[in-house]
Ligand binder design. Structure first.
Ligand SMILES: [Fe+2]
Length: 199
């Protein structure tokens, strides 16, 4: 894919007009889609697909979980994830675009791996819960990377309103990740370490 060849390395600030190419003001930049703007919109479609996919995946993870804390965490995160979907729809609207999803291969892969963990572990075991937590944390870290990067990009592009929405979701994902760490440390990991393999 062609990248901006001579994209100025200069700064991440929307204000800066020290670009040799064009010294549009931030407001002009907003009215015309730059290459970066297109890229940003495309990445929004990717995370939109990912969140919608998670809405379908989380109930399966909840069903597979044994620890009540973990079941609750998946249930809560499902509610939060539905909010993330609506927030992204709001973001599309703010950008004057129709919400559109584009398959996110990374999220498809992580959740497929999670399905594999469910298959390979025994129902009702803490070991399966350990696997589910690991898988869920991979999801969270993917989302943290995505929202962190996109929020920053939104700032660069001068879409502060969008950035704020993305940052709110970013905070949710970080919180979910920490909650999962807590469940692993306090409830599940030790119990799993005591489980013996069945003949
Ligand atoms: Fe999310």
């Amino acid at each position: 894919m062609a990248t901006a060849k001579k994209a100025t390395k200069k700064s991440a600030r929307p204000k800066s007009s020290s670009n040799s190419k064009s010294s549009n003001t931030a407001s002009t930049a907003q009215s015309k889609d730059s290459m970066l703007e297109e890229f940003f919109a495309d990445e929004l479609k990717d995370i939109y697909w990912a969140e919608k996919h998670l809405v379908k995946t989380l109930p399966k993870m909840k069903k597979a979980a044994t620890s009540p804390e973990l079941q609750q965490a998946f249930e809560d995160h499902l509610q939060v994830t539905m909010e993330h979907v609506s927030r992204l729809e709001e973001v599309f609207e703010l950008m004057g675009k129709k919400p559109q999803a584009k398959k996110c291969d990374a999220m498809a892969g992580i959740t497929e791996e999670g399905a594999g963990i469910i298959e390979e572990t025994e129902k009702g075991t803490a070991t399966r819960d350990v696997g589910l937590i690991l898988s869920a944390q991979k999801v969270e870290h993917y989302e943290i990377a995505t929202y962190g990067g996109l929020a920053q990009l939104a700032r660069t592009l001068g879409h502060d309103d969008v950035a704020e929405i993305l940052e709110t979701t970013l905070a949710d994902e970080k919180e979910a990740d920490e909650l999962l760490t807590g469940i692993a440390e306090n409830n599940v990991n030790y119990e799993a370490s005591q489980e013996e393999e069945e003949e």
